[in-house]
Design a protein around this ligand. Structure first.
Ligand code: NAI
Length: 272
């Protein structure tokens, strides 16, 4: 269903790799709501990705950019404003990657070159994106910037590895930069803390099947899907959430406030 919530709004969407990606679903929903955008991803991801299909479907252009390269980001922002014919109203940062996770390196045995690369890609890139937009004065007043996070920023999930630290850093950047973006440009900055979701990045985490099933059983509404996350992004990009900023917003079916559910408890309690 479309409500035309984003009619006339222009944006940049990072991170659509394939049709499972949260960014992919968000692009589809933003398009349905009347928003226009530029799609971007790392040059290497484009060679293996299907982003052109999404671009065609949503009438968008694709600009490759490595989100760790300030030079790439400057070009991206400049070209996006040219293509879209003006300043930007919304940005989705949907980027995450840990080489330690990918290569099965345990949290207590990090390869720090990989740790640093993961931090740059997954967290510092958010600062770089915002600093580039801020310096270029590229955001319209009452614009909205969203990045995607996970609850391992607050609580221990052992196999989430160094991504837990990256998400804590990401959420902190949202608050710190969000202050300046709000004060100086009237732009809001938030993170959405999303349920485990079967995507390329998600499935890379060790024991992901158990992870996702446990979260689902713990949550009174069950896990939030990629589409649920896309819908939440639409609301945050719309004018209906104008003064929501500096927040980490849980989109997790209630998981974050649970202690234990009947469904999980029943697996521990035998028949009386
Ligand atoms: P995905 O694998 O579809 O998306 C990750 C994206 O990051 C890919 O498109 C990839 O090409 C991009 N990327 C990696 N390095 C990059 C770079 N240097 N420059 C630009 N882009 C780069 O997976 P998903 O799940 O859609 O991930 C999106 C976001 O959602 C990530 O921040 C992830 O941590 C977060 N998230 C995912 C959850 C899950 O269980 N899947 C749960 C909570 C948050």
């Amino acid at each position: 269903m479309s409500y035309n919530l984003l009619k006339g709004k222009k944006g940049i969407i990072f991170g659509a790799l394939d049709s499972n990606s949260i960014a992919w679903k968000t692009a589809e929903r933003v398009h349905e709501e009347g928003g226009e955008f530029v799609l971007t991803n790392a040059p290497v991801a484009m060679r293996m990705g299907q982003i052109n299909e999404l671009a065609e479907k949503t009438g968008s252009q694709v600009i490759p950019a490595d989100a760790t390269s300030v030079e790439d980001l400057q070009k991206l922002v400049e070209q996006s404003m040219e293509i879209l014919g003006g300043k930007i109203d919304f940005v989705l940062h949907s980027i995450g990657m840990s080489i330690n996770v990918r290569k099965g390196k345990h949290y207590t045995d990090q390869n720090y070159d990989w740790t640093q690369k993961g931090t740059d890609v997954s967290a510092m890139s958010f600062h770089k994106v915002m600093q580039t937009l801020y310096k270029a004065d590229a955001m319209n007043e009452w614009g909205s910037i969203v990045a995607l996070s996970y609850m391992a920023a607050q609580r221990v999930f052992p196999d989430y590895n160094d991504m837990a630290d990256n998400k804590a850093y990401l959420e902190s950047i949202a608050r710190s930069f969000g202050y300046f973006f709000g004060r100086d440009k009237k732009v809001r900055v938030n993170t959405i803390s999303q349920s485990p979701t079967p995507t390329t990045a998600g499935s890379g985490v060790k024991g992901f099947d158990g992870f996702i099933a446990y979260a689902d059983k713990m949550s009174p509404l069950g896990n939030a899907t990629a589409l649920d996350c896309a819908n939440y992004c639409v609301t945050l990009f719309s004018d209906l959430t104008k003064r929501v900023t500096l927040q980490n917003l849980y989109n997790d079916g209630g998981f974050s406030n649970m202690g234990v559910s009947d469904a999980v408890m029943s697996t521990f309690v035998g028949e009386e």
